[in-house]
Design a protein. Structure first.
Length: 257
């Protein structure tokens, strides 16, 4: 089978959270470019509208849905809107997330709950809802949770984020175990350091030296996650469940040896 066939997503409906910029927008563009109809979900309506236009100009199909991933009512509405416009969501990319740089002794309860709520709780509930709807529609599909290398190895000032991402990796294993035999594959991608809106200032300043810990010698760039995404979303990854694909330029290997 040719690569163009095994990675083809025609007829699939994808929903990407945090799709108004950064990695989420890239994920949405790649899925659309390979044939999927894409529901773009985020809080920033203006950025979503721009993302929708970009995808359509490139020949893809997309709709924009304003929603906060922490709001369960808005989550249900987002799935309803996606189904009405495009059909049952069969690819979910659980990408929305927030970071922090507060040391553990200074971290407030509110900040802890916001970071963990966004990076863990919301990931579970969106995955749960997507799986329920796929099963109800008798559809096979793929759920892709975006974890992080900080869920595997840590750095200072990331306690809430690292804890949440580590839990996402374990949750992915459990969901993969429970849902694979029903036709819903659940896997994760653990990116290393990628320059996005939430860390651009840090990585271009005090964090620039982090490249010394990355064997490839640079931060992640646009395109570096495309292969992992398409592998897990398409039939190419049809025998993968509960797996976390690490894309970090060799950072974890360098740390662990």
């Amino acid at each position: 089978m040719k690569a163009a066939e095994i990675f083809d997503l025609k007829g699939r409906v994808a929903l990407v959270t945090g799709a108004s910029g950064g990695l989420g927008l890239r994920f949405a563009e790649v899925l659309a470019a390979n044939g999927a109809s894409v529901a773009l979900v985020a809080r920033r309506a203006d950025r979503l509208a721009e993302a929708k236009v970009r995808i359509e100009k490139a020949g893809g199909k997309a709709i924009a849905i304003e929603a906060d991933v922490l709001d369960r009512a808005q989550m249900n509405r987002a799935f309803d809107q996606a189904e009405k416009a495009l059909g049952t969501v069969t690819i979910l990319v659980n990408n929305a997330g927030v970071a922090h740089s507060t040391r553990a002794t200074d971290l407030s309860e509110d900040e802890w709950r916001h970071v963990v709520g966004t990076n863990l709780d919301a990931v579970f509930f969106w995955a749960q809802e997507a799986a329920r709807r796929m099963l109800a529609a008798n559809k096979k599909g793929s759920i892709i949770n975006i974890a992080s290398v900080l869920g595997i190895s840590v750095s200072k000032g990331t306690v809430a984020y690292a804890a949440a991402k580590a839990a996402v990796i374990q949750m992915t294993k459990t969901l993969g175990l429970e849902l694979a035999f029903k036709g819903v594959r659940v896997n994760a991608i653990a990116p290393g350091w990628f320059v996005t809106d939430i860390n651009r200032e840090y990585l271009s300043g005090p964090g620039a030296s982090l490249t010394r810990d990355i064997p490839i010698g640079r931060f992640g760039q646009d395109g570096d996650l495309d292969g992992a995404l398409l592998l897990l979303a398409s039939d190419a990854g049809g025998y993968m469940a509960g797996t976390t694909v690490v894309c970090d330029g060799g950072q974890v290997v360098a740390i662990r040896g």
